[in-house]
Design a protein around this ligand. Structure first.
Ligand code: ATP
Ligand code: MG
Length: 260
């Protein structure tokens, strides 16, 4: 059965989409069966997967509004994973869902029939604690929180942890923090190192050992509609995301063993 991981942080531009696309491609290399879900109206994960968001036949909009099944909406990407694409239509989905019952459970329900098809389902969330993000967190087993080690990062993180705790009570009691991921990291930056140390103190082994460095190849890859695995897997960014995939697979195996 698939492990569903939401990639969320209400702060914008912290590396959610970069993590979603490159982790999907890295897990597919393992090889694992992977589905990437684009829940952001910016459609960046869709474009970064080599799928044109302006030419979608169906999208996560249809999924959330019950106008299409996951099996109908999914497309195969060149780099060996499946995608439920998203685009600007999601803005309308959010408004239309407001009036509907069970509005936070739509994604969870839509994914249920295809869970046996995958080992990992990754959900790229928008930069807000919106109804779309709530749908992701209601469907997920765990959350990856990408963050930049900056001065205000810890404050934002505390807010997110409080939100996750509140959510657990109402929406999804089993939700776990898969890990906090340090992104765009610069080892020569003293502040980044200090924030990183505080992060480890607070979250302990919930901080991924893998650190994603600031690496221009990661920023270039999406403009070619490729992941870092396809674009330049030997780059420092490529090595980091392949390492993150190994770390997640190892933890998942350990968890499954402990459950048995
Ligand atoms: P949003 O909140 O708008 O959805 P996001 O959290 O998904 O943003 P990304 O789109 O992944 O963030 O990254 C923001 C910008 O930083 C992008 O231009 C991306 O290419 C770049 N970027 C992300 N990670 C790295 C990295 N490790 N090194 C260099 N550039 C990066
Ligand atoms: Mg994004």
């Amino acid at each position: 059965m698939a492990r569903i991981i939401a990639i969320a942080n209400q702060k914008g531009g912290v590396g959610k989409t970069t993590t979603a696309v490159n982790l999907a491609a890295s897990l597919a290399q393992a090889p694992k069966r992977v589905l990437l879900v684009d829940l952001d109206s910016q459609g960046n994960a869709t474009m970064g997967s080599g799928v044109d968001k302006r030419e979608l036949v169906a999208s996560t909009y249809d999924l959330l509004l019950g106008e299409g099944s996951a099996a109908d909406v999914r497309v195969r990407c060149e780099e060996g994973y499946d995608l439920l694409p998203g685009n600007i239509d999601l803005t309308a989905a959010e408004i239309q869902l407001m009036a509907q019952s069970d509005r936070e459970q739509r994604l969870k329900r839509a994914l249920a029939p295809i869970l046996p098809d995958y080992d990992f389902i990754l959900i790229d969330c928008p930069p807000a604690l919106s109804l779309l993000t709530l749908n992701a967190l209601a469907a997920a087993d765990s959350v990856i929180v990408p963050m930049q080690c900056e001065y205000y990062a810890l404050e934002g993180l505390t807010a997110l942890v409080e939100t996750i705790d509140a959510l657990k009570v109402n929406l999804n009691p089993a939700l776990e923090i898969e890990g906090v991921l340090r992104t765009m990291f610069d080892v020569r930056n003293n502040l980044a190192n200090a924030v990183s140390a505080q992060l480890t103190e607070y979250f302990g082994d919930r901080v991924f050992r893998t650190i994603v460095p600031r690496n221009v190849r990661l920023a270039e890859a999406p403009s070619h509609g490729q992941s870092i695995v396809g674009y330049d897997r030997a780059s420092r960014g490529g090595v980091a995301y392949l390492g993150l995939a190994s770390e997640i697979i190892r933890r998942n195996n350990e968890r499954n063993k402990a459950d048995r």
